[in-house]
Design a binder for this molecule. Structure first.
Ligand code: TPP
Ligand code: MG
Length: 527
């Protein structure tokens, strides 16, 4: 049989076909030209342009969170990767699969550290599960496949640096087959867990962390287990996604993020069942998040860290949802769920509540970190939205706006992003991508001309401090940001919502196949 010789360009093209890559999200430079030349010739793969790497990467995150598969990101060598790092870090800490590919300078003069070169794998290493530079054409197919599967298996970014001259090299060593990722492992013996739970005395609390979102059918099996055991359920702070059934009478919302408050909540129980990696806190105040005296059981899919943060009494490795179901049968729990929780009735709803009331409850909601975050978490839970995305564990501002764009791109329907005026500035360019590709998305921005959350945290950490010290640093006035001009400059329809016009504004936004940027003033709280 004749041996087939392939170029780097052909290998890349075959990789896209084999792994069904529908989109590449990126911001280009000269080192990526040949990569883009391959993408531009494919009928089944489209390039989505972000005007900044934080935007391109954030859109890829939203798309991956929805599709369940690694999104491919293409960025421009060292500076492009540096700009993407904060969103990459969010993705890494909270378990989002991305295949990040950056161009690198020609291998023939890399030794001289040419302009726009650098230690890309070193830079990427703090926010990715694996890092390769393709120095030999014969490695190219293996590195592409391995990195894609690394991202998929570990639920994290995997990084590849591709020198710009390698695409013309030729090799006979290259083949792809559609690879199925292995099935999730299942636990063989759940009796010890059942035993611990049967003998449990002080009450059980189940805390679901980010990793649990990757287990299909979790909300059903968690509901059966928690209701059968009379256990309360919380979402761990900074988990990124809601994956619990918020209609369950046992669901208590997001656990407090301040460590002493989480400690106080968890102290009411005798046993903590953790689904996923950890219970992340912010800030550390006096006490650790998890009280020492509790029995601690971990369920993990096995693709993030087991026993990494705490010492557990028992760890169960394997697909979380299937193991919770099996546990229900072993303990002989009822096979039907309880009646749904009754919705609370609000006498004087705030403007934010009114706005959200107009929106279908299956609309994805993305919340950016701000002083409004916990209120927004509570409102969206109470209103029974069932697809909520929270502040991620990495804590970097600038992911919510593009993430909402990526979610809408995948689901082909509106998503809603709730954010502050300060937070809006980190990835404001994501509006342009939504306008350019006609992606329907609604941004609701709470304007207070300040970093209010940072003032609050300043006061918490330095109680003797006062406004005179923190206002000059934390106010974003003089000049005030003209958010309407900025957002419309990027291509959004802009509106200011008040008690009189909010219904019309929301209806119009829902009809519009592109981005709407709505401002409201800071009167969002519960009445
Ligand atoms: C990339 C990045 N830079 C800075 C911060 C620190 N930070 C956290 S919250 C915040 C201000 C948020 O202000 P805004 O969005 O206006 O919300 P507000 O607190 O006023 O409600 C800042 C700067 C961060 N988390 N991430
Ligand atoms: Mg603000």
């Amino acid at each position: 049989m004749a041996t087939t010789v392939k170029t780097g360009k052909e290998i890349l093209s075959e990789f896209f076909d084999n792994f069904d890559i529908e989109y590449v999200f990126g911001n280009p430079g000269t080192t990526e030209t040949t990569f883009l030349d391959v993408v531009s010739q494919k009928d089944n793969c489209k390039f989505i342009l972000g005007l900044h790497e934080s935007t391109a990467t954030g859109i890829a995150v939203g798309y991956a969170a929805k599709s369940g598969r690694p999104s491919v990101v293409n960025i421009h060598t060292y500076p492009g990767l540096a700009n993407a790092m904060s969103v990459l870090y969010n993705a890494y800490t909270v378990g989002i699969p991305l295949l990040v590919i950056a161009g690198q300078q020609n291998r023939n003069h890399l030794i001289h550290h040419p302009i726009l070169s650098g230690n890309l794998t070193g830079l990427a290493s703090s926010a990715s599960v694996s890092q390769y530079q393709i120095d030999h054409i014969s490695d190219m197919s293996t590195i592409l496949q391995r990195s894609y599967l690394d991202a998929d298996e570990a639920k994290a970014p995997a990084f590849i640096s591709i020198p710009m001259d390698i695409y013309q090299d030729q090799t006979t060593i290259s083949h792809f087959k559609p690879t199925k990722a292995p099935c999730p492992t299942v636990a063989v013996n759940l009796e010890p867990a059942a035993e611990l739970i049967r003998n449990e005395k002080g009450g059980i609390v189940i805390v679901a962390d980010a990793e649990a979102a990757w287990s299909d059918g979790l909300s059903k099996s968690l509901r059966l287990l928690s209701e059968g055991l009379h256990a309360d359920v919380y979402l761990a702070p900074f988990s990124l996604r809601s994956m619990v059934d918020i209609r369950s009478p046992n669901y208590r919302g997001v656990l407090p993020a301040v460590s002493s408050e989480a400690n106080e909540t968890l102290s009411r129980y005798g046993t903590v069942v953790l689904l996923g990696e950890k219970i992340q806190s912010f800030l550390f105040m006096n006490k650790p998040t998890i009280p020492d005296q509790l029995v601690l059981i971990q369920f993990s899919n096995g693709n993030t860290r087991l026993r990494y943060d705490y010492s557990f009494d028992l760890v169960v490795r394997g697909d979380i949802a299937s193991n919770l179901s099996r546990l229900c049968s072993i303990i002989n729990l009822p096979t039907a769920v309880l009646a749904d929780k009754k919705q609370a009735c609000r006498k004087n709803p705030s403007l934010l509540v009114n706005l959200l009331e107009c929106i279908a409850r299956d609309t994805p909601i993305v919340i950016e970190g701000s002083s409004h975050q916990s209120v927004e978490e509570a409102i969206t839970t109470e209103l029974e939205f069932d697809d909520i995305y929270y502040e991620p564990r990495g804590g970097a501002l600038g992911m919510a706006m593009p993430m909402a764009v990526g979610i809408s791109l995948y689901s082909k329907k509106h998503s809603v992003c709730l954010l502050g005026d300060g937070g809006s500035m980190y990835s404001i360019h994501s509006i342009w991508t939504a306008a350019h590709y006609k992606i329907p998305v609604i941004f609701i921005c709470i304007v207070n001309n300040e970093y209010q959350i940072l003032k609050q945290l300043w006061k918490l950490q330095v109680p003797e401090s006062d406004e005179k010290r923190y206002k000059p640093i934390m106010d974003i006035k003089s000049p005030e940001l003209d958010l309407h001009k900025i957002a419309s400059g990027f291509g959004a329809r802009v509106q200011h919502a008040t008690g009189d016009n909010f219904r019309q504004i929301l209806n119009d936004a829902m009809q519009y196949e592109g981005p709407t940027f709505i401002t409201i003033t800071d009167d969002h709280r519960y009445a």
